[in-house]
Design a protein around this ligand. Structure first.
Ligand code: SF4
Length: 302
């Protein structure tokens, strides 16, 4: 394998280092939660009035604490390995990520989740055609940033896409999001984060919904109209009473994150991507001088 190089700054980073970075961020992601998720979970536990809801949230918080202390995964489902890479690089970053995922599966360990979609044969190492999935994003100058989101199947399976008629408008967008949450009930392991992608095309809308999940809960949507929509949907979802793990309560959802793209005049795609309470993410930045900085909060929106 060739060393990975940053074509804007001529810096080099060895494939071995890149592989190690992937192992490190995967370990951080599956054994700890970002502070924004923890603080919303803690707040929810303190304001819940239902004993069952309170006990579920307490169990989740205790579980995360134990996982972090023992450096073991917080959930048996260590997810689908999804990566987001920003910054330009020439080398075979995908190969380095594949090697990192294979190593992380053995060393952490991660549950081998990845199978052939039809034969259901398990590759045993979380690798396969199209896996791990690497999304390349427009990037900054001077460094490459890599973020991992290990995505649990329970919540991913509740994702939904609707190609609305443009005449249906915002009212139908809101109804669709609420329908998805209500139909999902306790299956996505609530309290969830609800990612919503509006516009683009079918694939763009789902991609927007997935990426919206990376925005920390305490980071407001920069678009005031979308920020208002997020608050309105959050209140509406929490009025459903589904509650933590679907056992009832006020905390069905920790946050709603909406993103949009302009779309064809004849289309109004809406996608919902649900994230469970185990809203795992971690990032690293690799600089031109070889330094690496890590964050369990995620860097993507700096
Ligand atoms: S949906 Fe999330 S919390 Fe539920 S089993 Fe899967 S990873 Fe774990």
């Amino acid at each position: 394998m060739h060393p990975v190089s940053f074509n804007r700054c001529d810096a080099m980073i060895s494939p071995e280092l890149m592989e190690q970075v992937v192992v490190n961020i995967l370990r951080t992601a599956v054994t700890s939660l970002p502070s924004d998720i923890m603080s919303v979970l803690e707040k929810a536990e303190s304001v819940e009035t239902s004993d069952i809801a309170k006990s579920q949230l307490r169990a989740i918080l205790q579980n995360v604490k134990c996982a972090e202390e023992a450096s073991i995964p917080m959930c048996q489902d260590t997810g689908t390995p999804l990566f987001f890479v920003s910054g330009r690089c020439d080398g075979d970053i995908e190969e380095a990520i594949r090697k990192g995922v294979e190593r992380a599966t053995r060393e952490i360990p991660l549950r081998p989740n990845i199978v052939h979609p039809l034969s259901r044969k398990n590759s045993g190492n979380n690798l396969g055609v199209g896996m791990p999935q690497v999304h390349f994003l427009p990037g900054p100058e001077g460094f490459v940033e890599i973020t991992v989101m290990p995505k649990g199947a329970g919540s991913e399976n509740m994702s939904a896409l609707r190609m609305l008629s443009p005449s249906e408008g915002l009212k139908s967008v809101k109804s669709f999001v609420l329908d998805v949450v209500v139909n999902a009930g306790g299956r996505p392991c609530p309290p969830t984060i609800v990612g919503v992608g509006i516009g683009g095309s079918a694939d763009i809308a789902m991609s927007l919904a997935k990426r919206a999940l990376l925005r920390p809960l305490d980071v407001m949507n920069p678009n005031a109209e979308l920020a208002g929509l997020e608050e309105e949907l959050l209140d509406a979802v929490n009025l459903t009473g589904i509650g933590p793990m679907g056992l009832g309560g006020r905390t069905t959802c920790l946050g709603v994150k909406v993103d949009l793209a302009y779309c064809h005049t004849a289309s109004l795609p809406v996608a919902v991507n649900l994230q469970c309470w185990a809203a795992r993410r971690a990032s690293a930045r690799m600089f031109r001088d070889g330094r690496v900085t890590y964050s369990k909060e995620g860097f993507l929106l700096d």
